[in-house]
Design a protein around this ligand. Structure first.
Ligand code: ATP
Ligand code: MG
Length: 198
């Protein structure tokens, strides 16, 4: 039997009370650690979406990219113009080329910029794009990463992206979203494309 208007109103009222109580209970104000992980598409775009949200409010944000894409990134072109500081790992490190020695040196160099950002209270948001791989390949020491995250300014939020995020990073995170591939165009033979994939 369909719900009549009175029942509907009552149900909505109960729902509103529950939501209001939860909003009331959430009183802490501090920056958070967000992890976008999983095998589905959308991790890096979600991180950049959050950067546009922050800078749209006049906040400051910085981005470290631990894996250099093969193509120039559309987001970097736009956000750098808006004063967002970018540092991209300087070897030609991509998914294909891996030379452990030079990769580690390049990773450490860009990590120093990350450390500067993670101790700068004027940055409300720091993105560590594809950081998860640096930890799994042991290019970065897990303890160093955890320490830098824990010591960051209280109001600074950090976004970490990448597949296979280390359990201890997940434990430290406040918000974790796992992108799950339901379908991906690439599997149907469609090439990655400018404006959609980078
Ligand atoms: P995006 O940058 O589009 O938000 P992502 O950060 O979730 O994607 P990565 O794992 O970093 O994905 O992969 C980088 C590139 O691979 C992007 O160009 C992305 O579009 C593409 N990609 C992401 N997921 C898949 C998938 N499941 N199959 C094939 N290609 C993918
Ligand atoms: Mg990505």
């Amino acid at each position: 039997m369909p719900m009549d208007n009175g029942q509907y109103k009552k149900r909505q009222q109960r729902l509103k009370e529950k939501v209001d109580a939860r909003i009331e209970a959430a009183q802490q104000k501090r920056g958070i650690v967000i992890v976008f992980t999983g095998n589905g598409k959308g991790k890096t775009t979600a991180a950049f979406g959050t950067v546009t949200r922050a800078i749209g409010h006049g906040q400051r944000a910085g981005v470290i990219q631990f894996i250099k894409g093969t193509w120039e990134s559309g987001e970097r072109n736009l956000l750098a113009q808006q004063g967002v500081e970018f540092h991209v790992m300087a070897t030609g490190f991509t998914w294909e080329t891996q030379n452990r020695e030079t990769d580690i040196a390049a990773c450490q160099a860009v990590w120093r910029h990350a450390l500067t950002m993670l101790s700068d209270p004027s940055l409300q948001l720091v993105v560590l794009d594809e950081l998860t791989y640096m930890v799994s390949y042991k290019y970065l020491d897990l303890i160093d990463v955890l320490t830098a995250l824990k010591q960051r300014p209280i109001h600074q939020s950090v976004i970490i992206t990448g597949r296979g995020c280390h359990r201890e990073l997940l434990e430290l995170a406040d918000t974790i979203t796992e992108m799950r591939p339901v379908k991906h165009a690439f599997d149907a033979g469609i090439k990655a494309q400018k404006g959609v994939d980078w």
